[in-house]
Design a protein around this ligand. Structure first.
Ligand SMILES: [Zn+2]
Length: 258
């Protein structure tokens, strides 16, 4: 199996002092990682850009940096580092949680970006994508509800940033061919995959989860590995599963913000 043309990383929170949550990545390590990527001449693409490029130029190292859930820590801590390194990220926001706390985190309830922060991120050259309205596990919904999650979140985010939202991240990585078909009918042209799927269709981009216990070398190894189903990737998928609440929370169809 071939290495995907645009390797991608998936973060959630970047915080100075991580708590007991494996999706919290330490800020100091994030700075070291971005510097290491810069020294290795990596160039970043947003998902929208990657969807419009067939393959990187000869010898060029390209990378997708993505953030799921649209958490406030991304604006506060990750963005200054990204901007310093001239890296561009794609930040996937949940339209029903602006400025509120997530209801599905078991240990720590992370605060989400406000409308103003989402607008500021878009204005500084990063891409805003959708992560649905309610962070629902889409494979458990009927087609009409899937359509509503995808179209309403797209519309609400477009109202905030004043431009088209064409990229999507599936909550909990839950997707199938039917969901992707509905997404395309709704106007999405790109989506990330981190729980299965190797991006064999145009617009689908596998990304590897980055978690609190990953060292800078671990992350660089994730990018360098030529085998998508290597041990590193399997571990990354397992960590992603446990990073986002318990199955009891996952299988709820709707969430109430707090
Ligand atoms: Zn999520």
């Amino acid at each position: 199996m071939q290495k995907p043309p645009f390797p991608g990383l998936l973060f959630h929170s970047v915080v100075p002092k991580p708590r007991a949550e494996i999706a919290h990545f330490p800020l100091g390590r994030f700075e070291k990682l971005c510097n290491a990527l810069r020294q290795r001449n990596y160039r970043t693409l947003t998902l929208h850009e990657a969807a419009n490029v067939a393959a990187p130029a000869e010898g060029e190292k390209t990378l997708l940096l993505t953030f799921d859930d649209g958490l406030q820590s991304v604006h506060r801590h990750a963005l200054p580092v990204l901007d310093f390194c001239d890296f561009r990220a794609t930040v996937f926001c949940i339209s029903g949680f602006y400025g509120k706390k997530s209801a599905w985190d078991v240990f720590t309830r992370n605060r989400h970006l406000t409308r103003e922060e989402i607008r500021a991120i878009a204005q500084s050259g990063h891409e805003i994508g959708s992560h649905t309205c309610t962070h629902a596990y889409l494979p458990y919904l009927d087609d009409q509800s899937i359509g509503r999650e995808l179209s309403e979140s797209k519309m609400r985010l477009e109202d905030i940033i004043g431009k088209a939202v064409t990229s999507l991240s599936f909550p909990y990585g839950g997707w199938n061919r039917r969901i992707w078909e509905i997404a395309r009918e709704t106007g999405y042209s790109a989506a990330t995959l981190y729980c299965g799927g190797d991006g064999d269709q145009k617009g689908l981009f596998p990304v590897l989860g980055v978690h609190q216990f990953d060292s800078v070398d671990d992350v660089l190894a994730k990018l360098a590995t030529a085998l998508p189903l290597s041990i590193i990737r399997a571990r990354s998928r397992m960590m992603a599963h446990f990073a986002r609440g318990t199955p009891i929370w996952k299988y709820r169809k709707e969430y109430v913000s707090v």
